[in-house]
Ligand binder design. Structure first.
Ligand code: FES
Length: 206
């Protein structure tokens, strides 16, 4: 009888131990499953955040490209030196000798390279000796030279096109087959040059 009682207690202890082991394993699996779900959730949140950022970025880029159109030269823009010691300062007509040229941007709009202007003071004693054209070649879009040739022409260094600033920037030599578009300008009493409109034709190649 004593032996039987001992057996029963030993079996009970064994059953209890295996139940504890079962509970421990189950708990470990639950913990592991919870951790996996958390990892998946984190990835879903990251992917969602990425998609949301992209959704914000695309309209911002579209808006930026629209804003760039607003930066085109327009009436009232003061022309400022595009380079050199006086870069960013208003062009002074008195400092521009007859038969010379300078390149300028409309003030605050130099981020758009297509705004670059070739401002020419024609040689001779002409009453309207100041003319302005796009500095972007109509052949393939290179920038023309800021200095005039010995004959007073505007030269494109890429393929040798030549334009005559005294005749509405007409083509003297190709390969360009279209004049540089003119920019209407005026001179303020203090000698600064302002645009009185936008380019009178498409800038660069068409
Ligand atoms: Fe000016 Fe070709 S880009 S001549």
């Amino acid at each position: 009888m004593v032996i039987s009682s001992l057996d029963t207690r030993a079996r009970q202890a064994e059953v209890q131990t295996s139940e504890e082991r079962y509970r421990a394993v189950r708990q470990a699996r639950q913990v592991e499953s919870l951790a996996t779900r958390r990892r998946i959730l984190r990835w879903v949140i990251r992917l969602g955040t990425g998609a949301f950022s992209l959704a914000l970025l695309l309209p911002a880029l579209a808006l930026r490209s629209l804003t760039r159109e607003v930066t085109e030269v327009a009436s009232g823009d003061t022309l400022v030196y595009a380079s050199g010691d006086h870069s960013g300062l208003p062009v002074d007509v008195a400092a521009l000798a007859p038969g010379t040229a300078v390149q300028a941007f409309p003030q605050g709009k130099s981020d758009n390279e297509r705004n670059l202007v070739e401002l020419v003071r024609l040689a001779g004693d002409l009453p309207t000796g100041l003319v302005a054209y796009s500095a972007i070649c109509t052949h393939l879009g290179c920038t023309v030279l800021p200095q005039l040739s010995a004959q007073g022409y505007i030269i494109c260094p890429c393929h040798g096109s030549v334009f005559d600033p005294a005749v509405a920037a007409a083509v003297v030599h190709g390969p360009a087959n279209r004049p540089l578009p003119a920019l209407p300008i005026g001179v303020l009493p203090e000698g600064h040059v302002v645009a009185t409109g936008g380019f009178e034709g498409p800038v660069g190649p068409v």
